[in-house]
Design a protein around this ligand. Structure first.
Ligand code: ARG
Length: 459
């Protein structure tokens, strides 16, 4: 038999394959509570505008609450023949309240309905991502406070560069995740306009009040153009692109944790709670959570590319292609929240191996730049010459198999006469980090100032 919602002009029902490719209920049932919230706002508005009687509006309101509680209790039977969440809800409403259910769809289309439902869902996920990021930032700040003056190697090209502090490294990620938070916030501000009442694409002749439904659903205002409103998925794409950048940051940090927890580095110990073992090698403790977080960018960025590709080239306004938006966003959101929570757990639990960090910081001629700076400051050499002299000293130390502070003053003087005893002061890693007092630099005082600024922001 033909479809009860749109089958008026059809003599035959859909082929089973048609039904299978067309139905979205298996995944868009996740929009149930948003769909019902949207319908309740719409019905209340229709009644206030005199488009629905108060009796019908009341029956719809009650009926929708019943449907919602059936869904929440798992007592609702979803039907593929009814395609999607919108028609499943309406059809059940009809079973419960009868004819009045058929008046709910006045001045509305599934096009503005789905745009509204999906926006409400994405908005919740933006809020969840922001709280997940805040929890992670708090965990990073706690680590930074503990080790504001623990010295570790800073790297470029993953080669020892200059000593930095543990707190400085943790706070670098706080800046990244802070920008992610602000990106989600920006997206939320931009997307918070209600598509409801745009109807199929052209608006409606019924005297509806779009401002009323917008307000009831927590939107700042109705969308300004009905064609755009039903054709727009920018909000989903902005969510996915913000999520992709955030997942990229998570992936970089996860990679560092994988390296840092290896036997070769031993910078950190991950907790048992966030590690796994091997079924064959009894000694193993693997950083699986970090590895999976490192990998999540694959599906999250994949979702971004997939939806961007679905949307490109679509003529206005709605096309069924757009039904392919949801699974991508659902999957990306689920995995982003999981990755954020797992990273927060790992960061809170991990223990830095302070002695190993310091030893690693002191090796690899990490204070060579300090020595060159000293030659500029104390011996008046042009920086290029100082760089050259220091390079020669590094070569000498390397040949002897020692670090820079192990060279004797005579050995130093043989390279440049101007070097004095005072040079040894700048060759320790502690003095090196303490000297980097420029704004945003690695000196513990700067790191503590950065921590204080963040604590003020977070309140
Ligand atoms: N299930 C559809 C979707 O997710 C709802 C909108 C259907 N609109 C239509 N004109 N067929 O996009």
């Amino acid at each position: 038999k033909s479809n009860a919602m749109w089958g008026g002009r059809f003599a035959a029902g859909p082929d089973a394959i048609m039904e299978a490719i067309n139905a979205s209920i298996d995944f868009d049932k996740r929009l149930a509570s948003q769909d019902i919230a949207g319908s309740r706002a719409h019905a209340a508005m229709l009644a206030k505008q005199g488009i629905l009687t108060d009796t019908d509006a009341e029956a719809i309101r009650e009926g929708l609450l019943t449907v919602l509680s059936e869904i929440e209790r798992g007592e609702f039977t979803f039907s593929t023949a009814l395609e999607d969440i919108h028609m499943n809800v309406e059809s059940r409403l009809k079973e419960i309240i009868g004819e009045a259910a058929g008046r709910l769809h006045t001045a509305r289309s599934r096009n503005d309905q789905v745009a509204t439902d999906f926006k409400l869902w994405v908005r919740d996920q933006i809020d969840a991502a922001i709280s997940g990021l805040e929890a992670l930032i708090r965990a990073l700040i706690a680590q930074a406070e503990k080790g504001a003056d623990w010295v570790m190697p800073g790297f470029t090209h993953l080669q020892t560069a200059q000593p930095v502090t543990w707190g400085h490294h943790m706070m670098a990620y706080v800046e990244m995740f802070g920008r992610d938070m602000s990106r989600f916030n920006d997206a939320r501000v931009r997307m918070n306009e209600s598509p409801l009442g745009s109807a199929a694409l052209a608006g409606t002749g019924f005297p509806i009040d779009r401002h009323m439904t917008a307000e009831a659903l927590g939107f700042d205002r109705p969308t300004a153009n009905s064609l755009d409103a039903v054709a727009d998925r920018d909000f989903a794409l902005e969510f996915l692109s913000s999520a992709s950048i955030c997942a990229m940051h998570l992936s970089r940090f996860a990679e560092e944790l994988v390296i840092w927890s290896s036997a070769q580095f031993r910078f950190v110990a991950l907790s048992d709670r966030f590690s796994t073992g091997s079924s064959i090698m009894p000694q193993k403790k693997n950083p699986d959570a970090a590895e999976l977080i490192r990998a999540k960018i694959g599906r999250i960025f994949g979702a971004n590319v997939a939806l961007m590709t679905v949307m490109k080239g679509l003529p206005l306004a709605y096309s069924k292609d757009m039904q392919e938006d949801k699974e991508q966003v659902f999957d990306a959101a689920d995995n982003l929240m999981l990755a954020l929570a797992a990273m927060t757990g790992m960061v809170s639990d991990m223990t830095a191996n302070v002695d190993n960090l310091r030893a690693a910081a002191a090796s690899g001629f990490s204070t060579a730049t300090d020595l060159a700076d000293w030659l500029v400051r104390e011996a008046g050499l042009p920086f290029r010459d100082a760089h050259h002299v220091t390079g020669a000293l590094v070569a000498m130390a390397e040949k002897k198999g020692v670090d820079l502070p192990d060279l004797s003053l005579d050995e130093m003087k043989s390279v440049n006469e101007a070097i004095t005893e005072g040079v040894y002061d700048v060759l320790t890693v502690e003095n090196s980090v303490a000297s980097r007092t420029s704004y945003g630099g690695t000196a513990p005082a700067q790191v503590r100032a950065q921590i204080a600024r963040w604590k003020e922001v977070l309140g």
